[in-house]
Design a protein around this ligand. Structure first.
Ligand SMILES: Nc1nc2c(ncn2[C@@H]2O[C@H](COP(=O)(O)OP(=O)(O)OP(=O)(O)O)[C@@H](O)[C@H]2O)c(=O)[nH]1
Ligand SMILES: [Mg+2]
Length: 318
């Protein structure tokens, strides 16, 4: 992964003296796009750290997650948002409002479009929502590494739907392969107002320890299951305890599903599934935190939690 703090992808060096001579810039940037467009992948690549979980399942992200890019030019605070999906279901409406509500507070908007899919009605609805903000939009046409991607088709779509966004603010990128991310970041710095950083420079996210742990566990559950299960899971952190003079964090967490049958599938034959999820989560978590994670992971049922306002409210409070 490239280091995004000092150089641009075009080979242009941002002089180190910039930090002392040029005024610092600072911006909040909302990342908007359909489910699975690659918003969270972009955030992780731009920040150089795993800030937001990623899976092939649409609607992986359920919260407004902040990731911070620090450079000699200043600071960009990205807000990853849940994929914008048209549906009347309670959970979907909440997810959509999380994305929508981030727009007014943003200095710039990064709109990501998946170039490997036809831009359908949902994409048109997003463009309609963004049109009045054209002056502060940067577009990433994502997944150009895929052989079936059609960036030209997306450009034509954008010309029609967002005619006020100039072509030099549209970038063909691969969030996964780190292609053209730096020039896009430079453009966002150009749009950013001058100002002091919003977060200390050593920060790359503002998430609590328990939220990050629960998200990594949820990612592993989503990656290892199919059908309705990835959407039926949430994670509850029941206990956290620092042990062994700060060298180990003991965590008791519950993978929670909607039905008994789903519980059986998450546990798996001879508990093989829950063990696999636990092992993969611990491996990632040990890479994120400066202490060892000792994870006690169990599965429980909270019937039809996706219809329950208190649970949804708690999960989406961020
Ligand atoms: N080939 C390729 N795959 C990508 C790229 N960016 C993301 N993906 C894949 O697309 C899928 C969805 O990526 P996410 O980053 O979770 O997408 P998202 O927009 O955050 O999705 P939601 O949170 O569900 O809205 C994952 O399987 C990623 O690995 C890319 O540049 N190239
Ligand atoms: Mg996401």
């Amino acid at each position: 992964m490239q280091e995004h703090t000092t150089t641009s992808g075009g080979g242009e060096q941002i002089p180190a003296s910039d930090s002392t001579t040029a005024p610092q810039r600072s911006a909040m940037v909302a990342i908007i796009g359909r489910p699975s467009a690659g918003k969270s992948t972009f955030l992780n690549t731009a920040c150089g750290e795993k800030v937001s979980i990623v899976s092939p399942v649409p609607q992986t992200t359920r919260n407004a997650i902040r990731g911070i890019v620090n450079s000699s030019r200043g600071q960009l605070v990205f807000i990853d948002t849940p994929g914008y999906h048209e549906s009347d279901k309670k959970l979907n409406l909440l997810l959509k409002s999380i994305a929508h509500d981030r727009l007014p507070e943003s200095d710039a908007i990064l709109y990501l479009v998946d170039a490997s899919r036809e831009p359908g009605r949902e994409e048109e609805l997003i463009c309609a929502m963004l049109a009045s903000s054209s002056a502060r939009i940067v577009v990433g046409i994502n997944k150009i590494d895929l052989p079936d991607s059609k960036p030209g088709m997306v450009r034509l779509f954008l010309q029609k739907q967002l005619p006020l966004v100039p072509s030099d603010r549209i970038f063909e990128i691969s969030a996964e392969k780190d292609t053209n991310i730096d020039p896009l970041l430079l453009m966002l710095f150009d749009l950013a107002p001058t100002g002091d950083p919003l977060y200390p420079k050593e920060f790359y996210t503002d998430q609590d320890v328990d939220f990050r742990i629960s998200e990594v566990i949820r990612e592993k559950a989503m990656l290892n299951t199919r059908d309705e299960i990835p959407h039926a899971v949430y994670v509850e952190i029941a206990d956290l305890e620092m042990r062994k003079n700060g060298k180990e964090l003991w965590v008791r967490a519950f993978l929670t599903v909607e039905r008994e049958s789903q519980k059986g599938m998450l546990i798996g034959k001879g508990a093989s599934m829950i063990k696999k999820i636990r092992t993969e989560a611990v491996k990632d978590l040990n890479g994120i935190f400066p202490y060892r994670i000792n994870l006690d992971l169990q599965v429980k049922v909270n019937k039809n939690w996706r219809q329950k306002d208190p649970v949804l409210g708690r999960l989406m409070k961020r």
